[in-house]
Ligand binder design. Structure first.
Ligand SMILES: C[S@@+](CC[C@H](N)C(=O)[O-])C[C@H]1O[C@@H](n2cnc3c(N)ncnc32)[C@H](O)[C@@H]1O
Ligand SMILES: Nc1nc2[nH]cc(C(=O)O)c2c(=O)[nH]1
Ligand code: SF4
Ligand SMILES: [Mg+2]
Length: 193
């Protein structure tokens, strides 16, 4: 759908320079999704892996984030190997609802109530990032945290339109449950992509 060089706004790598590749297509249907225009892959132009690698070679940063849409709707083996051959790190943002393909240095897993994740994604996740839209999502977050590996970092991220309401709840929750961290979408505050 698009590719751009920016600052990772979320999670464990928040604040790091990163080149984003946003792939079209998603069948999860989160009603609060902040990139609904990504859902229909057919309306977006196709780009060759070679042209993406040319763009990546020009950037100073060493992190490439593959996102979407739901990037795992595509087989990502060839693309991730090409990125790593270029000496960059491969990170993915995924709902974990499709087979895990690709060779990853960092897997951010953000499960959704609207489509069940696969069993394999829990072991692969380096970071669990739960979007908090209402109070009950905190309980739901605990359920997923019990299934990821012990080294997996845990993040609660307020749903953007509900942030004023959810941030105080998340702050109280993290103070009581310090194994969780807060992730804010800082790129939105900075008004960058
Ligand atoms: C647009 S999604 C694309 C990747 C993948 N489909 C997924 O959901 O993980 C990228 C990240 O943004 C989060 N996100 C999407 N809409 C959001 C919103 N309105 N508020 C906060 N986070 C949101 C998702 O949970 C995910 O962690
Ligand atoms: N700056 C910035 N950071 C991000 N982290 C995850 C994003 C995503 O949409 O996957 C995202 C995004 O869209 N922009
Ligand atoms: S899974 Fe990701 S891209 Fe798909 S609707 Fe949900 S937030 Fe949007
Ligand atoms: Mg985004």
């Amino acid at each position: 759908m698009e590719s751009f060089y920016t600052i990772q706004g979320e999670g464990a790598y928040q604040g790091h320079a990163a080149y984003f590749i946003r792939l079209g297509g998603c069948d999860v249907g989160c009603h609060w999704c902040d990139v609904k225009e990504s859902w229909d892959a057919s309306v977006h132009p196709q780009k060759s892996i070679k042209s993406l690698i040319d763009e990546i070679s020009d950037i100073e940063g060493n992190i490439v984030v593959i996102t979407g849409g739901e990037p795992l709707m595509h087989d990502l083996d060839v693309l991730t190997h090409a990125i790593k051959d270029n000496g960059k790190r491969t990170h993915i943002e995924t709902s974990g609802t499709h087979k895990l393909t690709g060779n990853w240095d960092w897997v951010t897993f953000s499960p959704k109530k609207f489509k069940k994740p696969t069993d394999e994604i829990y072991d692969a996740a380096d970071e669990l990032k739960i979007v908090v839209y209402n109070k009950s999502d905190l309980e739901w977050a605990e359920m997923h945290s019990k299934r990821v590996k012990s080294s997996c970092k845990l993040y609660l991220q307020p749903e953007w339109s509900k942030a004023d309401e959810m941030i105080p709840l998340i702050i109280d929750y993290v103070k009581m449950n310090p194994n969780w961290n807060i992730s804010l979408q800082v790129h939105k505050f900075m008004q960058i992509p």
